[in-house]
Design a protein around this ligand. Structure first.
Ligand code: ADP
Ligand code: MG
Length: 335
């Protein structure tokens, strides 16, 4: 079954009473992919992960792992491991014993246990810290212990449910780089759940964008960002200025729904050939260090966000009239 996809979901549904948490999902994830499930809180990501792991039974549909139907199989019969946001390490056991725990339960001989634990700790760059208790580690190190504990079983698929959610921003960004490197080293399939679009785009080979129990789009980060399939994706993955109705006729020259990314718009820049020009009034200036976000109420109706590098001479633009320009090639048509 080497050629079968790592994971296949067909018509997957899950109801909790009246709530349709997962409303029909079809998806294939390839062997060795770093796959992200991205969506707002409550969109069904964790429920899908739990059905893949076997912690929840689908109301309808099937789950295949490496070509085998495991829809009704128990969690321990599946070649997957899960890393949760809260790590769930045993506080009274040192790092090595935490990592060895599952193997001990399964009766793996001590020497082999030791060797595999050492290798797993090395793969997450925690060599030498095996004797520490979880309380003696930083948040990032604890997260890596949880990862080592999952990797030590050598699953074909690793499921990660918002594993970096508890870390502060800087550590999060460091761990993102680490995770990517670890996945490349071990070569197993990672399914990574997050509500953070930047995290998903940074890490994954492909991403599925969830909304209300459904997948709105599956694609590479570039495809999903540059060619969002729906207005929801355009708004959730990055920021979009959406234009429709009368404003679309004025600003795009056609009926329909369109999106323009804030970084594609220039504020009081030169008017180049073929550029669209729109006047407006600056309602808000949001300072974010290297970048500045301008909120502009266009005379044509909609409110636009413009993102600029911080290289303008300081001065408050609020309340002033400005000219926005963008190239028509940067207008995204929403089907
Ligand atoms: P996400 O992980 O994207 O935040 P979840 O899969 O946790 O979303 O939840 C999807 C929906 O299912 C939510 O409306 C949530 O309240 C509901 N839900 C999840 N688990 C349960 C449960 N055990 N019982 C009842 N409702 C649940
Ligand atoms: Mg969740």
């Amino acid at each position: 079954m080497q050629d079968s996809p790592a994971i296949v979901l067909r018509g997957l549904r899950k109801h909790f009473g009246e709530v349709e948490a997962v409303a029909g999902i079809d998806l294939e994830i390839e062997n060795g992919e770093f796959f992200a499930m991205l969506g707002p809180s409550g969109s069904g990501k964790t429920t899908v992960l739990r059905m893949i792991a076997g912690f929840a039974l689908p109301t309808a549909g099937t789950v295949l792992l490496n070509g085998t139907d495991v829809t009704r199989a128990a969690p321990f019969e599946r070649d997957v491991n899960t890393v949760f946001q809260d790590y769930a390490l045993f506080p009274h056991l040192d790092v090595r014993r935490n990592v060895e725990y599952g193997m001990r339960v399964r009766g793996v001989p001590k020497a082999q246990r030791r060797e595999r634990a050492e290798a797993a700790l090395a793969s997450v760059r925690l060599d030498g810290l095996g004797h520490r208790r979880p309380a003696e580690l930083s948040g990032g190190q604890r997260q890596r212990v949880a990862l080592a504990r999952a990797l030590v079983n050598r699953p074909r698929v690793l499921l990660l449910d918002e594993p970096l959610g508890a870390l502060d921003r800087q550590l999060r960004e460091e761990m993102q780089i680490e995770l990517k490197a670890i996945q490349r080293d071990v070569g197993i399939t990672f399914v990574f759940v997050t509500h953070d679009q930047e995290e998903a785009l940074t890490l994954c080979d492909r991403v599925a964008v969830f909304n209300a129990g459904r997948i709105e789009q599956v694609g590479t980060p570039g495809e999903v960002y540059e060619r969002p399939a729906t207005a929801f994706v355009a708004g959730f993955v990055g920021t979009s200025n959406l234009v429709t109705g009368e404003a679309a006729r004025k600003l795009v020259g056609a009926d329909g729904t369109y999106a323009i990314r804030p970084e594609k718009i220039s504020l009081d820049g030169p008017v180049t050939d073929g550029a669209t020009v729109a006047e407006g009034t600056v309602a808000e200036v949001v300072y974010a260090g290297p970048q500045i976000r301008y909120v502009v109420d266009l005379d044509a109706g909609p409110r636009f966000v413009v993102l600029e590098h911080n290289r303008r001479t300081p001065g408050d633009l609020r309340g002033t009239t400005v000219r926005l320009t963008w190239s028509p090639e940067h207008v995204i048509t929403i089907p």
